[in-house]
Design a protein around this ligand. Structure first.
Ligand code: ATP
Length: 380
């Protein structure tokens, strides 16, 4: 049990009054289906144990499989419906064998990010006990950082519209805008402050290539303006190439790292590897009015349908969703549920009851979910 909570006679914890929140669920493609099943079972068990909130889930189809069947990757009606949800929970989308005529993969989630202005992509990388650490240095056990990836512009700005000219030249444009940067940096500093309140380092590192690109110098200029409004948070700077080096040399020294879209895409895979692999990489994509939560990994078609996927990233993404909803709607029960879930994952790894096949362990997707549900039952 957590401090300040009372247990009712039926074994459930008594917290805030019930509140119904609508969750749009997009399982997607490949392992998205199985990790979403696992996650939903855990969320239901968690809600039953913690109590004090009600989440209403509505499933929607989106992705490559739907595109293969119908020629559309999400219907207009469903796309609009996502805008009415309190949060979107997504499994994984994409299939390398299903592509648009220009060679790109089916990616409605990129349009969702843009349409709902989900510019702040939070990608935590935290070392869990017994998960592979990849670095021999014992300080790797202290890795606990967040890559904040701007998720709507940068070098992804022209992802849907970049052009190939006369089969001789291809162009994409990196776009950096002040309003998006201000929103991104404000949320980044707020995150660093929340982490500092819980014992974090209270430091934000701006990762860019301001020595070469005008767009990146502008990114840093706006960063400095917003940093001046947050004097309680320490700031640092690193060029993206040096940052890649430092994430191998001394990742335990970093706290919150904020960067352009493509840099964040690449470095967040690197940070996921530092703490085990893609199955450990959750993600929350936050806008002013909407948010989407999904693992940072793709649909992993090489292991889909075999009960081999590690659902941890999906589960931790759901924990991020609960925390975000709790903060946004001021519902303590949701914040508690987030903590219970994260603690159950941590305990699962510490005790060896979660030992995923991704790392050579015996546990498939379903068994991992079962262990997390059992631990939630034992600890609430
Ligand atoms: P995208 O570009 O859509 O992010 P990707 O091409 O980078 O996708 P992923 O689908 O993320 O590729 O898979 C990369 C590798 O990581 C694959 O070998 C895949 O099997 C593995 N992988 C990804 N997610 C998981 C998971 N949850 N559990 C186990 N292995 C995973």
């Amino acid at each position: 049990m957590f401090a300040g909570e009372n247990r009712r006679s039926n074994g459930r914890m008594d917290l805030a009054p019930n509140s119904d929140l609508r969750i749009a669920v997009l399982p997607g493609d490949g392992i998205g289906l199985e990790i979403m099943d696992a996650c939903r079972a855990i969320l239901d068990a968690l809600e039953g144990r913690v109590g004090g909130y009600t989440l209403c889930y509505t499933p929607y189809r989106a992705g490559a499989a739907l595109f293969s069947e119908t020629g559309t990757d999400i219907t207009d009606e469903d796309f609009d419906a996502l805008g009415h949800a309190d949060a979107i929970l997504l499994g994984a989308i994409g299939d390398p064998t299903v592509r648009h005529p220009n060679g790109t993969e089916i990616s409605p989630h990129l349009r969702i990010r843009t349409a709902f202005k989900l510019c702040t992509g939070l990608r935590p990388a935290k070392a869990y006990p017994n998960a592979p650490r990849r670095l021999r240095d014992e300080r790797a056990a202290d890795i606990d950082l967040v890559v904040v990836r701007e998720s709507t512009e940068g070098l992804f700005h022209t992802a849907q519209i970049g052009e190939i000219i006369d089969d001789l030249e291809a162009t994409e444009i990196m776009k950096i805008t002040r309003p998006v940067c201000e929103q991104l940096f404000d949320e980044t500093f707020a995150l660093a402050r929340r982490r500092k309140a819980q014992g974090g380092k209270g430091k934000v590192t701006c990762v860019d290539k301001a020595n070469v690109f005008k767009a990146m110098a502008f990114f840093r200029k706006v960063f400095d303006e917003r940093a001046a409004r947050n004097p309680d948070i320490e700031v640092g700077y690193n060029y993206v190439d040096a940052q890649a080096l430092d994430l191998i040399r001394r990742p335990w020294e970093f706290d919150v790292l904020v960067m352009e879209n493509m840099f964040g895409d690449i470095l967040s895979d690197l940070t996921a590897a530092l703490v085990g692999g893609m199955g450990m990489a959750p993600c929350g994509e936050i806008g002013r009015d909407h948010a989407m939560f999904q693992p940072a990994h793709g649909s992993a078609p090489d292991i889909a349908g075999q009960d081999k996927a590690n659902p941890t990233a999906m589960i931790l993404s759901a924990a991020m969703m609960l925390e975000w909803l709790g903060e946004r709607h001021d519902i303590d029960a949701l914040k508690t549920a987030a903590k219970v879930l994260e603690a159950a994952v941590s305990e699962g790894f510490a005790s060896g009851r979660v030992n995923p096949k991704e790392f050579g362990g015996p546990h498939g997707t379903k068994e991992t979910a079962r262990a997390v549900i059992d631990i939630i039952g034992e600890t609430t």
